[in-house]
Design a binder for this molecule. Structure first.
Ligand code: SAM
Length: 279
């Protein structure tokens, strides 16, 4: 017979309690649960119900109304910030050898090239782009013709990004010469130097508001869509297509792909790296 450990069983969250917790997150953190996969969200709430030793999901909902640090904690658990520099190095290699030379060559100097990292977590992804530009396309930066914007729904993770102080496990894929040149050790961690940090502009934005996307030439949105329901994913993908300039590039995570009406708006540049170009 299956021997379940009581603490590992997900508590049953009623639709009413789910709604209440959703309202608290929306009113107090500006974070909306709609569009996310219910099952995934409920599992994560369940983790916090157990961790706080709340006797029931309802009691946990009560706790959220009077304990702002638990509310922060829940938000962090829901918005998973796993990331590291040069995550999937082959994707950055493709960007550097194929996509960036084309974008930097095509777009006029007056307008500049606009790169965006959406769901940027602690800044690892946009800073990796910045390091590539500095290392391989310094003349484009000198002319001030490239900008990198980075956004996330979680204000706390954006603070981490702005501080740019990282544990070595986030830096394992940084090429040694870039590590030596652009990071300074501070105790057990490493801080990215101001010259690279200045290349990225961070702001808070919710992917659910596709209309808030600024026009751009390249969007990296990796390992974010997986948390959303299919219909919401499709709406977000169409939002990317609307925001991209003609011939603009979209990069998704390795376990994400284009589908539905959004599929028809892009051609595949590299299926393995999930790189697509707006038609
Ligand atoms: C797993 S991380 C991915 C980080 C990075 N893109 C990468 O692939 O390494 C997912 C990020 O998406 C953000 N996120 C989740 N929901 C979001 C939303 N509705 N709008 C914007 N960002 C969101 C989370 O806060 C988190 O930082």
């Amino acid at each position: 017979m299956l021997n379940l450990v009581p603490s590992a069983i997900d508590p049953e969250i009623s639709p009413e309690t789910f709604e209440t917790i959703g309202q608290i997150l929306k009113n107090q953190c500006g974070f909306r649960l709609d569009g996310y996969k219910d099952k995934c969200v409920k599992r994560r709430i369940g983790i916090r119900v157990r961790a706080t030793q709340s006797p029931s999901p309802e009691a946990y909902g009560e706790l959220l109304t009077r304990n702002s640090s638990e509310l922060d904690h829940l938000l962090r658990v829901l918005t998973i910030h796993v990331s590291h520099f040069f995550r999937n190095p082959s994707t950055f290699e493709k960007l550097s050898s194929l996509i960036l030379p084309r974008l930097l060559g095509e777009v006029s100097r007056e307008r500049g090239v606009r790169l965006a990292s959406v769901g940027c977590a602690g800044g690892e992804e946009p800073y990796s782009l910045a390091l590539i530009l500095k290392d391989r396309f310094p003349e484009a930066l000198e002319h001030g013709s490239v900008s990198i914007s980075a956004s996330d729904v979680d204000g706390k993770t954006l603070e981490v990004a702005r501080q740019a102080l990282y544990h070595p496990d986030r830096l394992a894929e940084v090429p040694p010469e870039l590590m030596l040149r652009w990071f300074k050790r501070e105790g057990e961690r490493y801080r990215l130097c101001p010259e690279i940090r200045a290349l990225v502009e961070f702001s808070r934005a919710d992917l659910n508001d596709c209309l808030s996307l600024e026009p751009c030439d390249l969007i990296m949105c990796r390992n974010v869509l997986i948390y959303f329901e299919r219909t919401r994913q499709e709406a977000i993908l169409n939002g990317f297509a609307d925001a991209l300039s003609s011939g603009g590039t979209l990069v998704l995570g390795k376990s994400e792909s284009l589908f539905g009406s959004a599929r028809r708006r892009f051609r595949t540049v590299c299926a393995v790296e999930r790189i697509y170009q707006l038609i």
